[in-house]
Design a protein around this ligand. Structure first.
Ligand SMILES: NC(=O)C1=CN([C@@H]2O[C@H](COP(=O)(O)OP(=O)(O)OC[C@H]3O[C@@H](n4cnc5c(N)ncnc54)[C@H](O)[C@@H]3O)[C@@H](O)[C@H]2O)C=CC1
Ligand SMILES: CC(=O)C(C)=O
Length: 292
């Protein structure tokens, strides 16, 4: 019988529990998500670059921040209101010898997206990479229970916010720069209880393709990552305890993913290693879901 790796072991340790509010908190998660893979060594792929990561204080965004730091990028982390997680992310990122600023903002407000970009340019003089990652979901089993307010919040955060950030960033982006959008496996396979959320991810996937075509002549590439079930604050903050415990067990790999397992894809899509890729989505989901 083969021995279990660290991802399989942590998966077994996770018991059902929930958090009361969305966005959730990473510092209260036990076991803590894996966001920094020791085996991942940077090689200067993003040296001299400046990146904004929305939703970068926790979860997948935090793992992306750490990998970008290892690759030499200076960072601005935008997040809604969880200062403790953001401070911790800043500390870890700075430990890799790069600069990092954190800023609370509301991605649903166009003016605040513009302010986040201006804050970045004021601090670091430029912007090369935008990672659109901030998002929300409100699992609802009955279509009739999706309120207008829930629909509005989900679309304003997950779709309007991505477009506001891209609009704010565009005047600063130059040939060779990149946008990376987080979509979801739910855009491809649907979800019976994440109806409007999976629709926003379908929109993000289409946005990625359209924006890539729109910006290709400027030499700005736009790609996406579609995570499957990943252990982040979003999960206990939105699913019930049973779902949290079994998250990802339906995948062919039989477990959820850890944030550190996605970060290399975000590095690839932001760096020159993917210079001939645009309008594409990378799928990190434990296997088996439709990816066309
Ligand atoms: N965890 C998972 O299994 C999956 C997550 N995703 C995507 O990942 C993203 C969520 O990130 P995770 O790393 O999972 O969880 P997370 O809970 O760590 O991140 C959510 C982030 O969104 C930010 N946010 C929420 N509303 C905001 C607002 N109005 N203004 C500014 N920031 C706001 C929060 O501050 C937080 O940083 C979403 O885009 C989601 O669709 C996609 C597929 C699977
Ligand atoms: C939150 C989400 O997109 C999944 C796949 O769980």
């Amino acid at each position: 019988m083969s021995s279990k790796n660290k991802y399989e072991r942590i998966d077994e340790e996770i018991k059902g529990y929930t958090q009361e509010e969305q966005p959730g908190t990473e510092h209260t998660m036990d076991p803590a998500p894996i966001y920094d893979a020791e085996y991942y060594k940077g090689s200067g792929k993003l040296k001299g670059k400046v990146a904004i990561i929305t939703g970068g204080d926790s979860g997948i965004g935090r793992a992306v921040a750490v990998a970008y730091a290892k690759e030499g990028a200076d960072l601005v982390i935008g997040y809604l209101d969880e200062d403790k997680d953001a401070e911790e992310t800043k500390k870890v990122v700075q430990s890799y010898g790069v600069k990092c600023e954190i800023k609370s903002f509301d991605v649903t407000k166009k003016s605040e997206c513009k302010e986040l970009v201006e804050f970045t340019v004021d601090n670091f003089g430029k912007l090369n990479i935008l990672v659109n990652h901030a998002g929300v979901q409100y699992p609802t089993e009955d279509l009739l229970e999706i309120t207008e307010e829930q629909l509005k919040t989900t679309f304003e955060t997950n779709v309007y916010g991505f477009i506001f950030m891209a609009q704010a960033a565009l005047p600063h982006l130059e040939k060779g720069d990149a946008i990376v959008n987080t979509t979801s496996v739910t855009a491809y396979r649907g979800s019976p209880e994440l109806i409007e959320y999976s629709a926003t991810n379908g929109a993000i996937t289409s946005l990625t393709r359209s924006l890539s075509a729109n910006l290709a002549d400027k030499g700005i590439r736009v790609n996406g990552v579609a995570p499957g079930p990943i252990y982040t604050p979003l999960i206990p903050a939105t699913f019930d305890a049973e779902k949290v415990e079994k998250h990802g067990h339906e995948t062919p790999m039989g477990r959820r993913g850890q944030p550190s397992e996605l970060a290399p894809c975000y590095v690839l899509l932001a760096s020159e290693d993917s210079s001939y890729m645009t309008g594409q989505v990378l799928h990190v989901n434990g296997g088996g879901f439709t990816t066309t």
